[in-house]
Design a protein around this ligand. Structure first.
Ligand code: NAD
Length: 255
């Protein structure tokens, strides 16, 4: 698929991997709708990029506001690309040192945002993307979801995050199957350690230590490398139902 002259919806588009994706898709000629709960950042990015770039602020779990973002994407051109980047983390063991159980609500919140939020956006966006004109081979569009290497090697304390990201990996094949009749592909990216505002909060020394643990290249991944993969997935019509690790060969140790 050619990205030029398409309309794209990017959740978590105001920061980190989502922001890099918005920049890359815009540079390739897509009209982006940024969806993020951080309204000031979403607005600032939309204003910086200008043109028809727009934003809708809200939570990925909210049916009404996600539907409004989908409607905005559908009105902005041929709506063919949805990228789910919104996500949150949480670190807590199943039981603590004194045997105290993991906070139940914290677990539910992480699964709600990362997994159920991704599904909410995917189902609403797919409904609208299915109405775009088919391209060659009947292709209508592509959905890219963001998991994590924690879906496969969750570390100590990553139980809720890993569960949410494992669910995203698990949805990839059935979603691709469900959407195949309308020509929408579904793929997932499982990033390793990426240099986003999330890790930017750590001191430089700690970030370098994390980077040194990567097989090669020995550094954190650049958000632009994630965005580059999103574009490749969009452009390569034969890539479907796949989860791709983007991690410099990293395999996370238990802690
Ligand atoms: N940075 C990494 O090393 C890394 C590694 C693996 C996976 N990931 C995943 O990549 C995605 C992007 O992470 P990032 O590092 O760019 O983080 P980030 O914090 O820089 O960006 C996440 C964005 O999502 C938005 N968001 C969070 N919850 C939301 C909600 N409920 N509704 C709407 N918007 C919401 C935030 O406001 C923020 O703008 C996340 O799903 C994360 O789990 C990141």
């Amino acid at each position: 698929m050619r990205i030029n002259n398409t309309s794209a919806l990017v959740t978590g588009g105001a920061s980190g991997l989502g922001e890099a994706t918005v920049r890359a898709l815009t540079a390739k000629g897509a009209v982006c709708t940024i969806f993020d709960r951080d309204e000031p950042r979403a607005k600032a990015l939309a204003e910086e990029l200008g043109g028809d770039t727009g934003y809708v602020a809200g939570d990925v779990g909210d049916e009404e506001v996600v539907a409004a973002a989908v409607a905005r994407a559908a009105e902005s051109g041929a709506f063919r690309i949805t990228v789910n980047c919104a996500g949150i983390g949480w670190a807590q063991r199943t039981i603590g040192r004194e045997g105290e159980p993991h906070d139940y609500n914290a677990f539910k919140t992480v699964v709600n945002v990362n997994l159920i939020g991704t599904f909410n956006v995917m189902r609403l966006a797919a409904g609208a993307m299915a109405r775009s004109e088919p391209l060659e081979d009947g292709e209508r569009g592509v959905i890219v979801n963001t998991a994590s290497v924690a879906a496969f090697e969750g570390q100590i304390g990553q139980i809720s995050y890993s569960a949410s990201k494992g669910g995203i990996v698990g949805m990839t094949v059935p979603a691709a199957r469900d959407l195949s009749p309308v020509g929408i592909r579904v793929n997932t990216i499982a990033p390793g350690l990426m240099d986003t505002p999330l890790l930017g909060l750590l001191p430089e020394e700690a970030r370098q230590a994390l980077g040194a643990g990567v097989l090669f290249p020995k550094r954190l991944g650049y958000p632009a490398e994630f965005a580059q993969l999103v574009c490749s997935i969009a452009e390569n019509a034969y890539l479907n139902g796949e989860t791709i690790r983007l991690d410099g060969g990293l395999r996370m140790p238990p802690k």
